[in-house]
Design a protein around this ligand. Structure first.
Ligand SMILES: *[C@@H]1O[C@H](CO)[C@@H](O)[C@H](O)[C@H]1NC(C)=O
Ligand SMILES: *[C@@H]1O[C@H](CO)[C@@H](O)[C@H](O)[C@H]1NC(C)=O
Ligand SMILES: *[C@@H]1O[C@H](CO)[C@@H](O)[C@H](O)[C@H]1NC(C)=O
Ligand SMILES: *[C@@H]1O[C@H](CO)[C@@H](O)[C@H](O)[C@H]1NC(C)=O
Ligand SMILES: *[C@@H]1O[C@H](CO)[C@@H](O)[C@H](O)[C@H]1NC(C)=O
Ligand SMILES: *[C@@H]1O[C@H](CO)[C@@H](O)[C@H](O)[C@H]1NC(C)=O
Length: 427
């Protein structure tokens, strides 16, 4: 018999179908038309017939590829966690966003751009023509291009992948007209995305965005597997492939993508993450020095170390560094020597002026001959070995971005207008 169907979600949507006008609740657009976005030319009873094979699992040739997805029989609903994109393009802080729905040949290989004559360049207009304005709003929230070009991104996804779904070809759609295939595709992708709330799946297992906590990658996979019953693909980027960035959920189908059934399947490709990963919050700069970073990760616990403390602003830009008195400036960086701190895993710093500490009266960073006891900082992100934190927080802040010879005091915590992260970089 059939393995886990998407029936829990289908049930949720059938409840939603009693709602007459569309509403969004908790980020979910309740729209009955997402459940079955159109009608295929197939006999739907076929889809639940146990003798009809799942895509990729047929042992004989299936003649009608309107009702059997082939050669693209394995589907991936792909999602992004765009922590490293400008906040306006990254989507909600508490949700992953849609990438697309991709068919492949059951072995990882895939076709693309299968029908140049069916490519579109007016998805917005098509949705408006069909009165699908809520769908369009939903897409502008949850189907984000990380450079802000949503329409172009949707077109790319349709033109590259939807044209390779055999069951979405015009002759397979009952009452095909005015490019309703585009509307059907969009709705099918959204409906699958809605039953795969990656953020909630992770949160349920205590995996939440953090600049200081790391997670075992195996726990991330286990959290998602416990939600779907099947192993997803999860990809990371950033330094050492340590930052969660993409999730791919796999399916095989019974019947058409339009009104058939999607059945969860295991991944057919390797994940690309380190053993220990960050689920980095959106909109917070990562401590990774960008592009120019060729030096290896510093290990600031050795007394032989010396380096600079680079300053990153909330846009992720590396703007100047810390001077020997502990102030922030765009002048020549000071050299700091780290030594082991008084608690396990912590470090202290000394500059040419003296020991560095957080002044308890005004929460500013200072280094000098009058500092009696150096403060403990943690390189709270052990694998990066470089992101400085004080008192459990890696946020520092300042009143103004310094230019020229200006020096800005640096405060611990994020209370001042310019929120900063400090990265110790070994020289
Ligand atoms: C499954 O069906 C497809 C589509 O007809 C066909 O190309 C493929 O050869 C079939 N697989 C097997 C093992 O018969
Ligand atoms: C979308 O573009 C196609 C041409 O590619 C055109 O035939 C169709 O009328 C357009 N649809 C809308 C709603 O603008
Ligand atoms: C998301 O988080 C970032 C960083 O904390 C913040 O700047 C932004 O305002 C947040 N966005 C929303 C919609 O809460
Ligand atoms: C700091 O980095 C070192 C070397 O990577 C590591 O051994 C130590 O555990 C880190 N400290 C903390 C608090 O993570
Ligand atoms: C913080 O207090 C110290 C003295 O305790 C003083 O030297 C320093 O200028 C103060 N910094 C700011 C930004 O107020
Ligand atoms: C450390 O943080 C806690 C709250 O998280 C705060 O109450 C405490 O005052 C902080 N200590 C210092 C020295 O900043």
């Amino acid at each position: 018999m059939l393995p886990v169907l998407l029936l829990s979600s289908l049930f949720a949507f059938s409840q939603a179908s009693t709602i007459t006008s569309r509403t969004t609740i908790d980020g979910i657009l309740l729209d009955p038309s997402l459940l079955i976005p159109g009608r295929s030319t197939c006999n739907i009873l076929n889809d639940i017939n146990p003798f009809v094979p799942l895509s990729c699992q047929n042992t004989t040739v299936q003649q009608n590829t309107c009702c059997f997805n082939a050669p693209g029989g394995h589907f991936l609903q792909t999602q992004f966690w765009d922590y490293d994109s400008p906040v306006d393009f990254a989507g909600p802080n508490n949700s992953w966003t849609i990438h697309g729905l991709w068919p492949n040949h059951c072995d990882g290989s895939f076709d693309q751009f299968c029908a140049p004559d069916r490519e579109v360049s007016n998805i917005t207009q098509i949705l408006q023509f069909f009165g699908e304005n809520e769908i369009l709003d939903y897409m502008h929230t949850f189907w984000k291009d990380n450079t802000g070009h949503d329409e172009t991104f949707w077109e790319h996804e349709f033109n590259k992948h939807a044209t390779c779904m055999s069951t979405l070809e015009p002759q397979c759609i009952e009452n095909f007209h005015d490019r309703n295939d585009v509307v059907i595709f969009v709705k099918r992708v959204i409906s699958l995305f809605q039953i795969l709330p990656t953020f909630k799946f992770l949160e349920a297992k205590g995996i939440v965005p953090s600049t200081t906590k790391t997670y075992a990658f195996s726990d991330v996979i286990a959290a998602l597997k416990s939600a779907t019953g099947k192993i997803p693909t999860v990809n990371c980027n950033g330094r050492n492939k340590q930052f969660l960035n993409e999730a791919w959920y796999h399916f095989e189908t019974k019947g058409s993508v339009i009104d058939g059934i999607f059945v969860h399947a295991d991944t057919d490709s390797d994940s690309s993450c380190a053993d220990t990963v960050f689920f980095w919050p959106k909109g917070v700069p990562t401590p990774t020095p960008t592009a120019t970073s060729t030096s290896s990760a510093p290990t600031p616990t050795s007394t032989e170390d010396k380096g600079t403390i680079q300053v990153f602003t909330s846009t992720g830009a590396n703007v100047g560094c810390i001077l020997s008195k502990g102030t922030w400036s765009q002048q020549t960086c000071a050299t700091f020597r780290p030594t082991l701190g008084s608690t396990s895993g912590s470090i202290k710093f000394t500059s040419s002026k003296g020991l560095c500490a957080v002044d308890p009266n005004n929460a500013t960073l200072s280094c000098g001959p009058d500092v009696g006891v150096a403060s403990d900082f943690t390189n709270s992100t052990a694998l990066m070995g470089s992101l400085l934190a004080f008192n459990g927080s890696s946020q520092f802040s300042s009143d103004v971005v310094p230019t020229g010879t200006v020096q800005s005091p640096v405060f611990v915590g994020g209370a001042h207008p310019q929120v900063l992260t400090l990265v110790y970089t070994r020289t």
